[in-house]
Design a protein around this ligand. Structure first.
Ligand SMILES: *Cc1c(COP(=O)(O)O)cnc(C)c1O
Length: 288
């Protein structure tokens, strides 16, 4: 499981940003590891250490049917010789052909448990957890998306790889652990912007709560943009598709559309709206 760290930082020249006096670099966390890429590697790092220290031989976690976190957990467990159990939202998926994410997880040894939506919503309650542990044995529990204090600590290591030639870090938000960590790790005077990849105004509260649990109090150097989810999680529309096709043609790089594409769309939209003063040096984290 040798990661490529620090991940590369590449200047991206785009005439639309240059015209506004802005600079942008891509932090290529997607290149950290082929099977445990991006923020998933950073979020798992200290969780895997903790599981090892606690003598746990099984990782048990939760995700939707297209979860990158389930995939990454399966691959990490496979590489380290740990059993993995993935609790998947959607009872109706049981017995159906597996989508590529879940097929990958199973090929990497993950045992999938499909639960109905009500059970999934109650997944962090003792009733549901005790039952899962009774059936699948003792396990190290990772919350949905892997976002816990250990994940925040792992992501807080990213800013130290950025040098000091930057002002603003942009990152996509799913469960918020990555933003919580990056913001917590920023040096003074820098800030982070999270771009919500899903609908729901609760994400900022989640990020603040993760920071509170990890370091005692939230930091005041970040905020979440809620206007760029394009209809919700894994949804997209012609506006996003056009932006991404154009971006790929200009830069010979096709961003992952569910999170990274929405973040880049939002970054360019804010730039064109004048949200950044000329001279601002931006970094976009390519989380996967
Ligand atoms: C999981 C994921 C995210 C979301 O990270 P959170 O810490 O849950 O906010 C962002 N980008 C990519 C590519 C991901 O796979």
């Amino acid at each position: 499981m040798r990661p490529r760290l620090p991940s590369p930082l590449h200047e991206l020249r785009d005439p639309r940003l240059t015209a506004l006096g802005l600079r942008l670099a891509l932090k290529r966390d997607d290149l950290i590891h082929p099977e445990v890429p991006g923020n998933k590697w950073r979020k798992l790092k200290y969780n895997l250490t903790a599981a090892h220290e606690q003598g746990q031989r099984t990782l048990l976690t939760f995700g939707g049917a297209y979860s990158n976190h389930l995939r990454a957990t399966a691959a990490a467990g496979h590489a380290l010789g740990l059993a993995t159990v993935g609790v998947v939202r959607g009872e109706e998926l049981a017995g159906r052909p597996l989508n590529p994410s879940l097929a990958f997880a199973v090929e990497h040894g993950m045992r999938l448990v499909f639960v109905d939506r009500a059970t999934y919503r109650a997944k962090h309650t003792p009733q549901v957890l005790d039952r899962l542990l009774a059936v699948h044995g003792p396990a190290y529990l990772l919350p949905e998306g892997g976002s816990n204090e250990a994940a925040v600590r792992g992501c807080a290591e990213l800013p130290a790889e950025l040098g000091d030639d930057f002002d603003v870090v942009c990152v996509a938000v799913g469960t918020g652990g990555t933003l919580a960590g990056i913001a917590a790790g920023l040096p003074p005077g820098r800030r982070a912007i999270g771009f919500a990849a899903l609908k729901g105004g609760f994400l900022a509260a989640e990020v603040a709560e993760l920071q509170r649990r990890t370091r005692g109090a939230p930091t005041d150097n970040w905020h979440v943009e809620h206007d760029f989810h394009h209809g919700g999680y894994a949804r997209r529309g012609p506006e996003l598709d056009t932006f991404l096709a154009d971006f790929a043609a200009r830069h010979d790089f096709a961003p992952e559309p569910i999170y990274v594409g929405k973040m880049l769309f939002g970054l360019f939209a804010l730039a064109e709206r004048g949200a950044f003063t000329p001279g601002t040096r931006l970094i976009a984290v390519i989380t996967g």
